[in-house]
Design a binder for this molecule. Structure first.
Ligand SMILES: [Zn+2]
Length: 155
C-alpha cells in the first residue's frame, strides 16, 4: 500500500472515530495498562486511535489531525504529548471533556471540513514527496544517458 493509499484509508476509517468508545476499542492490544499515564482510556480521551505496524508496535494516531506518535513511555501523558506536537488540533482545542454526541450538526460539519483540509494538506505533502523521488530517479537516468551520448574524450 502506498503512503497515499494508507493516508486515504485512514481518513475514511477515522470518520468512525469521533466516538470515545470506538477509539477506546482500538486499544484492545495496547501494551500500556494499569499504573501508566497512557492507558487505553486516556489515549482514547486524548483523541488517539491505536494503529500498530509490524515494526512499530506502539503507534497511536490522532483520528482528527493525524498526528502519529510512537515510542510511548508509561509516564507519558497523552493530552500533553498531543498538545506539545499538535497544539492547533481542533479536537484537542474544542473537545476536551465534551462528548461527540453533544455536537450540533453544524459543529460536526465544521469539524469534518477541518478534517478534510488536514487530509488534503497531508495528501499534498505525500504526493509532492513521490514526485520529488520520481524526479530524482529521472535525473539519474538522464545523467547516465548524457554520459553515453557525449563523445568520449581522447587520451
Ligand atoms: Zn490531533
Amino acid at each position: 500500500m502506498s503512503d497515499f493509499d494508507a493516508l486515504q484509508t485512514r481518513y475514511q476509517q477515522y470518520r468512525q472515530m469521533y466516538g470515545l468508545k470506538q477509539r477506546r476499542e482500538s486499544f484492545a492490544d495496547w501494551p500500556f495498562r494499569d499504573d501508566c499515564e497512557c492507558t487505553p482510556e486516556k489515549m482514547a480521551e486524548a483523541g488517539f486511535v491505536y494503529n500498530p505496524g509490524a515494526n512499530d508496535p506502539d503507534v497511536a494516531i490522532c483520528f482528527f489531525c493525524m498526528l502519529e506518535l510512537e515510542g510511548w513511555e508509561p509516564h507519558d501523558n497523552p493530552w500533553d504529548e498531543h498538545n506539545k506536537r499538535s497544539p492547533e488540533c481542533a479536537f484537542l482545542c474544542k473537545m476536551k471533556n465534551r462528548d461527540f454526541l453533544d455536537l450540533t450538526v453544524a459543529e460536526f460539519m465544521a469539524f469534518e471540513k477541518e478534517r478534510l483540509k488536514i487530509f488534503m494538506r497531508k495528501s499534498f505533502h505525500v504526493k509532492m514527496a513521490c514526485l520529488r523521488d520520481e524526479m530524482d530517479k529521472l535525473l539519474v537516468k538522464l545523467e547516465a544517458m548524457k554520459d553515453s551520448l557525449l563523445p568520449k574524450e581522447k587520451k
